[in-house]
Design a protein around this ligand. Structure first.
Ligand code: 0A1
Ligand code: ZN
Length: 878
């Protein structure tokens, strides 16, 4: 394993590879305890390569068995082979075929990178650098090759043999064995390579593309789980149709296969024609999956499918460009969800995720630009910044260029770069060219880390009917970037008049205003509107048109006015969040919760609850107070998680006391027990009902705890059962412990439901939580190598239980660092990711800050960490 002594890699050092690999022919033979990989690589020198330039192929824990060039075995002095590199001292200065053979033991591969076994099934994960764990290769994304793969295995052990591209033969191999051949005609980087071999069941379907080609679709899974794949299949077909409708993009192979595996480091992987999925993002049935699970499946199926064009047909030149495929593909999957479900609700959910995951990253020691310029371990850059902020950047581009302008740029991107491994610069250039705009300042969004703070002030002159908005933007320093340039910030807006409608104006000066869009380009900008009929309430950043922290001088009453009247539903939601945030923060600061203000807020909530024309899913978000971690982020320093918990709790209690009746009625009105359907409207109804239940239970409303217990027992689906359990656990009602035990006894035979039980235990804001988690981990039967189980238990604890992770005695911190030290030996990816929860450690009050630092330093001093974990640790402590 590569360790902490490794070097930093810089974007400025990028150079084309001296050799290219045109064609790859792999012969993979699976045996019970080892796998043999014979590779025939057709290699040629790149254009400017001098004769005699050594060829260095990447490896990772490989052992070379044989080596030949054009069929002739190599003498020892012609090459050097170590586990992590194969060097040919003086390769031929012409096209030649390198033949190597290596032996692998996927059975012992607990890192889940390269070839490994999950539940007996052989499968692979090659992004970003896993292919080098399968064979010696130029394992970098700008090496594009066509692949032919022959797989041979025992027919009983692995009746299913899959790889990328189209099937192109197979048959009996004698001795109870069989083989299959796959050909992928599209040149691809090695990170998109995949293999699956095992005894799998499947569901089959087909899709006919707009141009009339019939594509065979299949989802493979463990036997008995086929029916649970139906929703994923439906989502796949809808994704294929959407990409044709929205972007004119058709699928390009004869088959599209998805395989669900139970051991997987991330969500899913877009391997060409053979997507491999974490099974939690495939399996769904009402008794085991929640509405949130269904929505997650739909969006990740779409995400991986959309990669076929944004990622596979056009890929990244190097890993610094990861955002080129990820930001764009997240934008595309977000748009898909918006078109399939409710646009404002989807936007609220995306922004909540952005603020919960990316904003703390951008404001802490792990901040990095969406297009980083250096890394020590690329696996640590699959971050919310690359994915979620990357999507926000594309969204701003679409906002600035308008729908038609954006589509024109996308069309040009596909026309010009299909088949390329390219860069962010090339991506920006097509939009500049298609629109005729100068996007050089806009490019800063990819280069500069940190979330801009945007402050707004206003002036109104009754006599002249002139209204001005003054903006000041500032981005705080981030690691390696002390100075920040002003950004292009698109601010969608309206000036809301006294009757709640947007007002017009007769003239505008001082900056760029394009109908309902203000485009800020400078550090300070004052925009003056002439001829405004009366003093407006400004509604700014509608639809969250830029990923910034907006602060304005609006008071609570004006915010509540927007909450009631804004034409933009996102800003109605945002206004309620802002009001709640201020109430809670004032209470954290020591003032008792202001009753008058809390009452006014509660009345606005009740009004929203009863409003016509707003869907239940929206109302559920409106009734969800900012999370404790969100409040901590806004407070930003001397954070005391217990004080935040208590302040938020006091607001919940006030709401539940004043609005108990209305909430109870809303709950009852949505209790109809119709057969479960995962559609947006039904899911919205359940979301609202369960949000209301949560408020009543946590608020200590009379009878609420009993209502949660009843709902738990009577629930006809997992959404309602888990919501009832979570409410009981969050409030630690008298029944909480018994409900946890009941859930464990009756519902956790399915590993994905067991995860829900682990997470429910982990997020209890209760003094006994740590003891319970220790006991669960100490159980010898706990599946300690499965990433889903580990993340459900410890990931949920570290990221979603602020009071117990942040215990004043430091026990929560030590629990997590001990866990990281242990898991790091087996799976560095999982360990490093869990460790990122410490990115907030400097924002704690002094006692907790010291405790967190002690735990982190203890981990560093113990040494022996993987490069993944050592990198996160070093940057966190920096
Ligand atoms: N490209 C995948 C994400 C992914 C990245 C790394 C993995 O293993 C280390 C697995 C998946 C996506 O965006 O979905
Ligand atoms: Zn992706």
């Amino acid at each position: 394993m590569r360790t902490e002594t490794d070097q930093t890699i810089y974007l400025k050092d990028y150079a084309p590879s001296p050799y290219l690999i045109e064609r790859v022919e792999l012969d993979v033979r699976f045996e019970e305890s080892e796998t043999r990989v014979r590779a025939l690589l057709t290699i040629l020198p790149n254009r400017d390569t001098e004769p005699g330039t050594p060829l260095v192929l990447d490896g990772d824990e490989l052992t070379l068995d044989t080596i030949a060039i054009d069929g002739l075995p190599l003498v020892l002095s012609a090459y050097a082979a170590t586990p992590d590199a194969l060097t040919l001292m003086e390769p031929p200065h012409r096209r030649f075929v390198l033949e190597t053979e290596v032996r692998l033991t996927p059975e012992t591969n607990t890192r889940l990178m390269g070839l490994y076994r999950s539940n007996g099934v052989w499968c692979t994960q090659c992004e970003p650098e896993g292919f080098r764990r399968i064979t010696y290769f130029l394992d970098r994304p700008d090496i594009l090759s066509t692949y032919k793969v022959t797989m041979t295995a025992d027919r009983a052990l692995a009746p299913i043999l899959l790889s990328n591209g189209n099937p192109s033969g197979g048959g009996d191999a004698g001795d109870g064995r069989h083989y299959a051949v796959w050909e992928d005609p599209f040149p691809k980087p090695a990170y998109l390579f995949a293999l699956v071999a095992g005894d799998l069941a499947a569901i089959h379907d087909s899709f006919t593309t707009a141009s009339g080609r019939k594509v065979a679709l299949a989802i493979y899974c463990e036997h008995g789980k086929q029916e649970q794949c139906a929703y994923a299949m439906d989502a796949l077909k809808r994704s294929m149709a959407w990409d044709e409708r929205r972007f004119g993009l058709e699928y390009d192979l004869d088959v599209f296969n998805i395989v669900a595996v139970s051991d997987f480091n991330f969500g899913a992987m877009e391997n060409k024609g053979l997507n491999i999925f974490n099974d939690k993002l495939v399996f769904a049935r009402p008794e085991t999956a929640t509405d949130v699970d269904y929505a997650g499946i739909e969006s990740v199926i779409a995400h991986e499918y959309f990669h076929n064009w944004t990622g596979n047909r056009i890929t990244c030149r190097d890993w610094f460009q990861l955002c080129l495929k990820e930001g764009l593909t997240v934008y595309r999957d977000q748009e898909f969800t918006m078109d399939e479900r409710s646009r404002p609700v989807a936007r609220i959910e995306d922004v909540r995720k952005l603020r919960a995951t990316q904003f703390p990253e951008d404001g802490g020691p792990l901040a990095h630009p969406a297009r980083p310029d250096n890394y020590r371990e690329i696996n640590n850059f699959y971050t919310a910044t690359v994915y979620e902020k990357g999507a926000e950047i594309v969204r701003m581009l679409a906002t600035l260029l308008g729908e038609a302008g954006f589509r024109k740029g996308m069309d040009l991107y596909f026309e010009r770069h299909d088949g390329d491994a390219t860069t962010i610069e090339a991506f920006i250039a097509v939009f500049a060219e298609a629109s005729g705009r100068d996007l050089s300042q806009f490019e800063q969004w990819y280069l500069q880390a940190g979330t801009p703070d945007l402050e707004v002030g206003e002036t109104w002159d009754e006599a002249t009917r002139r209204y001005s908005l003054s903006f000041r933007q500032r981005t705080r320093p981030t690691p390696g970037q002390p100075e920040k340039a002003p950004m292009v910030i698109p601010v969608r807006f309206g000036l809301v008049g006294p009757n709640g409608s947007d007002m017009g104006w007769s003239g505008v000066s001082g900056g760029r205003v394009e109908s309902d869009l203000i485009v800020l380009e400078d550090g300070e900008t004052t925009i003056t509107f002439e001829g405004v009929a009366s003093r407006p309430v400004p509604s700014l950043l509608r639809g969250f048109s830029a990923p910034v922290n907006l602060t304005s001088s609006l008071g609570q009453a004006e915010k509540l006015f927007l909450a009631r009247h804004d034409a933009d539903p996102f800003n109605r939601w945002q206004a309620l969040q802002d009001v709640a945030m201020k109430l809670i923060i004032d209470a954290v600061d020591g003032a008792a919760l202001s009753t008058a203000d809390a009452d006014a807020f509660t009345d606005a909530l009740v009004e929203t609850l009863g409003a016509e024309g707003l869907d239940d899913a929206f109302k559920a978000h409106a009734l969800t107070l900012p999370a404790e971690t969100d409040i901590a982020r806004i407070i930003g320093k001397s954070v005391d998680p217990d004080a935040i918990h208590a302040a938020r709790q006091s607001l919940i209690a006030a709401i539940s006391e004043r609005a108990g009746h209305a909430l109870g009625e809303a709950y009852d009105a949505r209790s109809a027990d119709t057969p479960y359907s995962p559609g947006a409207a039904e899911a919205g109804r359940r979301a609202l009902r369960n949000t209301v239940l949560g408020l009543l239970v946590r608020g200590g409303a009379p009878g609420a705890a009993a209502r949660a217990t009843t709902q738990y027992h009577e629930a006809g689906n997992m959404t309602d059962r888990l919501a009832a359990l979570s409410s009981a656990v969050a409030a630690w009602t008298g029944d909480a412990q018994a409900l946890l035990e009941d859930f464990r006894t009756h519902h956790t035979a399915d590993p994905l439901v067991y995860d829900k039980w682990l997470a429910a235990n982990a997020i209890a804001p209760h003094g006994g939580t740590l003891e319970r988690l220790r006991a669960i981990l100490a159980d010898p039967d706990f599946p300690r190598n499965n990433p889903n189980r580990l993340r459900a238990l410890v990931g949920s604890f570290a990221n979603a239980n602020p009071t117990q992770f942040g215990r004043a005695d430091g026990a929560g911190f030590r629990f997590v660092t001990d866990f990281v030290a242990d898991v790091d030996r087996r799976n560095p990816n999982v360990a490093a990711r869990v460790l990122t929860a410490f990115r907030v450690w400097r924002t704690y009050e002094p006692g907790r800050r010291e405790a967190a630092e002690r735990a982190l330093r203890g981990l560093a001093e113990a040494g022996g960490l993987s490069r993944n974990t050592a990198d996160i640790l070093a940057r966190t402590l920096d």
